[in-house]
Design a protein around this ligand. Sequence first.
Ligand SMILES: Cc1cc2nc3c(=O)[nH]c(=O)nc-3n(C[C@H](O)[C@H](O)[C@H](O)COP(=O)(O)OP(=O)(O)OC[C@H]3O[C@@H](n4cnc5c(N)ncnc54)[C@H](O)[C@@H]3O)c2cc1C
Ligand code: SF4
Length: 578
Amino acid sequence: MQIKKNDKVYDAVIVGSGAGGGMAANQLSKAGLNVAIIEAGPYFDPADPAMKTQLRWPWESPRRGAGTLRSFGDFHAGLGGWTVPGEPYSTVEGTKFDWYRTRLLGGRTNHWGRISLRFGPNDFHGKDFDGLGENWPITYDEIKPYYDRLDKLVGVFGTNEGLFNHPDGYFLPPPKPRLHELMTVKAATKVGVPFYPGRLSMVTKRINKDRGVCFYCGQCSRACAVYADFSAGTCLIFPAMKNGKDGKGGQVDLFVNSMAREVITDDSGKATAVSYISKDDRREYQIKGKVIVLAASACETARLLLNSKAPGQTNGLGNGSGTLGRYLHDSTGAGASAFIPSLMNRERYNEDGVGGMHVYAPWWGDNKKLDFPRGYHLEVWGGMGMPSYGFGGGHKAIQKMLGYKPGGYGNPLMSEVKSYYGAVVGMAGRGEAVALYDNYCEIDPGKVDQWGIPTLRFHYKWSDHERLQAKHMHETIREILVNMGGELFDDEVPSYENDHGLLPPGAIIHEVGTARMHNDPKQGVTNKHSALHEVPNVYLTDASVFTSQADKNPTWTIMALAMRASDHIISERKKMNI
Ligand SMILES: Cc1cc2nc3c(=O)[nH]c(=O)nc-3n(C[C@H](O)[C@H](O)[C@H](O)COP(=O)(O)OP(=O)(O)OC[C@H]3O[C@@H](n4cnc5c(N)ncnc54)[C@H](O)[C@@H]3O)c2cc1C
Ligand code: SF4
C-alpha cells in the first residue's frame, strides 16, 4: 500500500493532545517551534453550540443523559471509555486491567475530575522508606519550578497549609464547603482525619482574557463553555494555535481523526517521522519531525513504541532494557456511601459549586505503623446537584433503607424523592500502588484493531499491599460516615477474597509507568528528561515515564514533567544536539 508522505519537516511532531501533548504543544510553539499534533479523536470545542453539552437538560437526551458511546453518560465530554468500538485489547487469564481511552481533541482533560495535586518530596523516593519499587531519578526540588509555573499558567484553587508531603503552591481562592462537606469535615476530625480545602483546576478568579471565571454550575465533566475549567484543548492548544496565527509563536497544525501507528527511524536509528492512519479515508500517511513527542497516554505510548523499530531495536523502539510496558500501575480505589437522615427534607437551594469536591483529606497516616506501605487520600461526594439519569447510588436502595416500597410513579414518587434527594454522602479513597515488574502490557500476537495496528494484552494483579490499603480505606470511610449519623448501604467491609472492595486495576484511570524514567538504561526506558535512552530525539510527555505513582492523582505531575521535557527539547535544539 502506498504511504502518503508530507514533505514539510516540523520542528516537533506530537502524538496526542491531552494533558501531556497539549502542554508540549503549548510550550514548544511558545518557543517558536513549528508543531504538528496527531490526534486520534475529532476536533472539540465546548463553546461551540453544536458540541456543547454544559447546561443542557436531561430531557434533551433520549435516555435522560445515560450514554451508549460514553462510559459516563451522553453529556459527558469523554468520547470513548472502557470500550472503544473497533479498538479492542485483551487481558491474560487470571489477571485484570480495564483500559479507559478518550478519543477527542484535549483527551481525558475534557472531563477529568481536575483534582490537581503536586507530588510531595517523599513521593520521589518511596523506596528509601520501605524498600519497595524504585526511586525516581529526580527530586521534588527539580520539579518544583515547573509546578510553580503550571499553577500560574493554568490556575488551581486551594490553600497553603504547610504540609510537608502535600506542598503549597500558587492558589486561587477555593469555593466554600457545602453542607455535606462541612458535616464530613466535622465527623472526620473526630476520628483524627484532617480535611482541607480541595485543590482543583477551575478558575475562581480571572487569570487572563481568554478564559472566563467559574459560575458554579457543577458540570465540569461536560467541559466548560467559558473555559473556566482546565482542558488541554481550550487552555493550551487553542492559545498556542492563536499565537501561531498571530506570529507570536510557532505554527501549530492539527491532524485530527488520525491514529498514529508507529515512529519511523532512519538508518542511524534517529526518529524522523510518525506514520498514522487517517480515520477519514483509512489510508496511511507520514509526518516528518526533527523531534518526536509521544503523549498518547501511558499504555498507548507503550503500544506505539512496541510497534516501532530501528536498526538493532527489534523488540520495540527504545526497549533495550526490556522494561517497555512493564511497571504499569494504576491508583487504588475503594469507597462507601451512606444515607444521612438529618439531610432529609431540606429546603431546596442551589449548592452546585464546582464540578468536584470542595474539601479533601490528603494522606494523614504513618505507614511505618500500618500493615500496608503506601498512603491514599480521601475524596467526598454528595449534595443536591442537578439530577441526571439517577442519583445517590439508585433511589430504590434509599427506598429500601427507609422501608418504603421500591419503585412507584407520579406525584407520590416525586414527593418521596424530594424528601430524600441530597441525603446521600459518599467517600472514595485513591491510593498509591507499588509498581511491579510483573504488571505490564505487551503486543497481543496476531491481533490488530480496525486500523490494522497490533493491539495490547495486559497482565495485572493486585498484591496484598493494595488489598490491605483498601481495607483501611473502607474502615476509615465507614467510621466517618457512621460518625455523621449515616446508615451505610453495605454494612460490612468486603472480605480479603473480594480484595477488600478494591476496584480492578485501570478502574481509577490513573495508569502510569510503562516506560519509566531511570538513570540506568538497563533498568528504564527514558532518562531524567523524559527522552528515550536509545533514541534521544524521542520524548515521552505522558504518564508512561512515571517511576512510581503517589497518593495523589497524576495529571499535575504529567503536565509539570511535560513542561520540563519541553524546556529540555528547546535547550538541546539550541545546542544542536537533536
Ligand atoms: C473521569 C476521569 C476523571 C479523572 N480525574 C482526574 C483527576 O481528578 N485528577 C487527575 O490528576 N487525573 C484525573 N484523571 C486522569 C487524567 O485524565 C489523565 O491522567 C490525563 O488526562 C492523562 O493525560 P495524557 O495526556 O497522558 O492522556 P489523555 O488525556 O488521555 O490524552 C491522550 C490523547 O492521545 C490521543 N491518542 C491516543 N492514542 C493515539 C494514537 N495512536 N494516535 C493519535 N492520538 C492518540 C487520545 O485520543 C487523547 O486525546 C481522570 C480521568 C478520567 C477519565
Ligand atoms: S463548575 Fe465552573 S468551571 Fe465547571 S463547568 Fe461550571 S462554570 Fe465551568
